[in-house]
Design a protein around this ligand. Structure first.
Ligand code: ZN
Length: 181
């Protein structure tokens, strides 16, 4: 397991030193995304390189996340993996003139901060949230709700056999308890 990253880093200092940071970020420290997850058991690994280019400080990196979303159909855990490439520019007020907008491609956001301190988990969390599916659901056939939904469709169509089955199997019997978690 990789070392945990420091929560706050000085991006200007790291860029001057051409540093690369590699490590894990803890989901507990990302409350906005944690709210959307089935559990905090997932893993977020990052490799971040800091450089100076175009007269400003640049952060490029790769974020790999293996997390558990909540299937919106059955409310069970749904494994989700994603790998993201990220790129940000950072500059202070004095670097504003030096950084000619035309020199940049459109592949990064430029953030203006006076001191170089950034909260790593904040930036990574934003990027991860943008990468999540709008509505997370299992593939229909591997979703535990699919059997129930199929049965319900049969019931709606007036199938008596399905009705009988429905009385004996209660796939959502403990749903209330799950939702309280
Ligand atoms: Zn499901």
């Amino acid at each position: 397991m990789l070392a945990s990253l420091p929560p706050i880093v000085d991006v200007y200092k790291l860029a001057k030193q051409n540093k690369t940071l590699q490590g894990d970020l803890v989901l507990d420290k990302m409350p906005r995304i944690a709210r959307l997850l089935y559990s905090n058991q997932g893993r977020v690994t990052v490799k971040l390189s800091f450089t100076r280019e175009y007269g400003i400080s640049i952060l490029t990196g790769k974020v790999s996340a293996e997390i558990e979303l909540i299937c919106q159909r059955c409310l069970e855990a749904m494994p989700f993996s994603v790998v993201l490439d990220i790129k940000f520019g950072f500059r202070n007020k004095h670097e504003r003139k030096a950084a000619n907008r035309n020199e940049f491609t459109d592949d990064m956001d430029i953030l203006i901060i006076d001191d170089g301190n950034i909260q790593l988990s904040d930036i990574i969390e934003d990027e991860l949230i943008l990468a999540l599916p709008l509505v997370a659901t299992h593939e229909f056939d591997s979703c535990s709700a699919s059997q129930f939904i199929r049965k319900k469709r049969l019931v709606d169509n007036g199938d008596k056999t399905a009705k009988k089955l429905d009385a004996t199997s209660k796939p959502f019997a403990d749903l209330k308890n799950k939702m309280k978690r």
